[in-house]
Ligand binder design. Structure first.
Ligand code: ARG
Length: 572
């Protein structure tokens, strides 16, 4: 049972009666009671009545005692809400017997397309792709667990003019040589070498131009080489996904090229709808509401002056396919904030063309940058963008070293396993625990610390509970009567009851820092409980009850971290 919701549902009609219209009771956790409602204060001005009077009137209407809740007016007009021990115990017992920890499967399943990761062929994944991959995968996991039909789309950058130069470079190296070079995982090296030739050599440039034409014209040999580039890159990306422990697979690649056959139709339809306007030799759409700094309307270029289609046309075609063919009603795009305007314009054009209409809606889940310790965009010492694999390997090495230092009797294999779960978990958690629209600083010490709002802290609390259960020698029966008396025990119980509300909120907002923050509060409530309430040394009845609370905490931490894509080792 979602306690916050229950209280809100009980107070809402009472507020409605007093205010003469719907009111959100604004229930939240309280430092003085279990919960409090702040709505009377906001209403006071509107109704021209003292807030305490309103609060008292609301309480005269509210039905609360059948659910074991007592209420009182407090301070300037808060309503403090306290749940009776027995009622609280009852609700927590409900969680213990529920494999889903109180989180219902959705009553309104949707088809959700999650567009994420989307690196570019023959280019290293950079930290922006890391964020997209981590956030997108959390969205996939959460929505899937809630019972939605989730389609992962890895919108690989696998088409466009750079392929002329890349394929020419491949031709120079020969298939075998190029395959070898690419299989070393040095995509940037390959790209750079092609670029250098392109910049220095006029003949190479000309060959590259012709190669683009051959590629677009479907020339067999050119296509074979292009496929080789794509396949080698995909293989490499899959090794990164494996290291990163994300659910993306081989089946999820659906690169830009997959929409090639749909592009002409998209542009023709826009033309037929009268939405196309020529501008500088290109075909553009000028969606309403977008203007540049000079106040001029902004174009979305759907066909370039050379007749080619680009990134915007591909996104329009993809969107139409996702709604029309896949039947998606929720379209998510996990892409950095610099592309905010691009997506806003694509969505606006799609709406105007009638390709995106309710119930279908599109959301750009934008995110900020990862910064180095100097507060600037993360760069390698040579000034290049940081190679993602290097960063992940460093995380794993650091976490493995720390595990070994803390626990010298660990054998190498166990340490490596813990190091991987903790290192990768730390990277993901650092990302997911900050508001995604903000930049954040990559700080190894902080990310890997065993205290603070970090993955290792949560993993540590989990492992601590598991070790306690091992020492207890039994697991508590889910129907063990719960005894909640001490404040720390009650506080943990209230926290446990909050899981469903947080998951429900994140389902809507996809702001994972709310889930991370919740897990951190839960772990902290557990530590406070564990400090004050002995478990294994408690008398029988209490021991079982506390063991059950602890195990419920472990299950919730595990499930919550799992939704974030983070592992929970049994020992640390
Ligand atoms: N490949 C692009 C990049 O690296 C991201 C693609 C995002 N998805 C999309 N549908 N446009 O910036």
């Amino acid at each position: 049972m979602d306690l916050e919701r229950l209280l809100s549902d009980r107070l809402a009609p009472a507020f409605g009666a007093v205010a003469g219209g719907p009111v959100d009771p604004l229930v939240r956790r309280s430092p003085r009671a279990d919960f409090q409602s702040d709505a009377a204060l906001a209403l006071a001005r509107r109704l021209g009545r003292p807030p305490r009077d309103i609060a008292a009137a609301v309480l005269a209407h509210a039905v609360l005692d059948d659910v074991g809740v007592s209420a009182e007016v407090s301070g300037p007009g808060f309503i403090n809400l306290t749940v009776a021990d027995l009622a609280l115990a009852d609700m927590v017992s409900g969680l213990a017997g529920d494999a889903r920890l109180g989180v219902p499967v959705t009553a309104a399943p949707q088809t959700v397309v999650v567009d994420y990761s989307a690196p570019n062929v023959a280019k290293e994944m950079h930290v922006g792709h890391l964020r997209s991959t981590v956030i997108g995968d959390a969205a996939v996991r959460l929505l899937d667990w809630l019972g939605h039909r989730v389609v992962r789309v890895n919108h690989l950058g696998d088409w466009g003019t750079p392929f002329g130069m890349l394929i020419e470079h491949l031709a120079d190296l020969g298939e075998v040589g190029a395959t070898h070079e690419l299989s070393m995982g040095d995509l940037d090296g390959f790209y750079r070498a092609a670029r250098v030739k392109f910049d220095a050599d006029e003949a190479f440039r000309e060959r590259s131009r012709l190669r683009v034409v051959a590629l677009q014209g479907g020339d067999e040999r050119t296509l074979r080489w292009w496929r080789l580039l794509v396949a080698q890159s995909e293989r490499y990306f899959l090794t990164v996904y494996d290291l990163l422990d994300v659910t993306l697979s081989d089946d999820d690649f659906r690169g830009e090229s997959a929409y090639n056959d749909l592009l002409a139709e998209v542009v023709d339809d826009l033309d037929r709808l009268g939405m196309l306007a020529p501008s500088g030799g290109a075909d553009c759409v000028f969606p309403a509401g977008f203007s540049g700094r000079d106040g001029e309307p902004m174009p979305l270029i759907v066909r370039k002056s050379d007749g080619g289609y680009g990134y915007p046309a591909t996104d329009l075609a993809a969107l139409r396919q996702r709604v029309g063919e896949l039947g998606a009603t929720r379209l998510l795009y996990v892409v950095g904030l610099p592309q905010r305007q691009h997506f806003a314009m694509v969505f606006a054009v799609a709406r105007a063309a009638g390709w995106l209409c309710p119930p279908a809606r599109a959301e750009h889940l934008g995110f900020g940058s990862i910064l180095g310790a100097d507060g600037r965009m993360l760069r390698s010492r040579a000034g290049e963008s940081v190679k993602l694999v290097g960063l992940l390997e460093e995380a794993v090495t650091r976490a493995t070293d720390l595990a070994q230092q803390r626990n010298p009797e660990l054998d190498a294999e166990a340490a490596a396993e813990i190091g991987r779960a903790v290192g990768i978990g730390a990277v993901k958690y650092a990302d997911l625990s900050t508001d995604r629209s903000k930049d954040y600083v990559l700080d190894w010490e902080r990310m890997l610390a065993l205290d603070g709002n970090t993955a290792p802290y949560l993993q540590y609390v989990y492992a601590r509970i598991r070790s306690m259960s091992r020492r207890a020698g039994t697991t508590a029966r889910p129907d063990t009567p719960l005894v909640l008396t001490l404040p720390a025990e009650r506080a943990l119980a209230v926290e446990l009851l909050g899981f469903a509300a947080v998951v429900g909120e994140v389902e809507r907002s996809l702001e994972f820092h709310h889930l991370a923050g919740y897990l951190h509060r839960l772990a902290t409530a557990f530590n406070a409980f564990y400090e004050r309430c002995p478990v294994l040394r408690a008398p029988d009845e209490l021991r079982e009850s506390r063991l059950l609370l602890a195990e419920l905490t472990a299950r919730t931490l595990r499930q919550g971290l799992h939704l974030l894509g983070i592992r929970t080792p049994e020992r640390m």
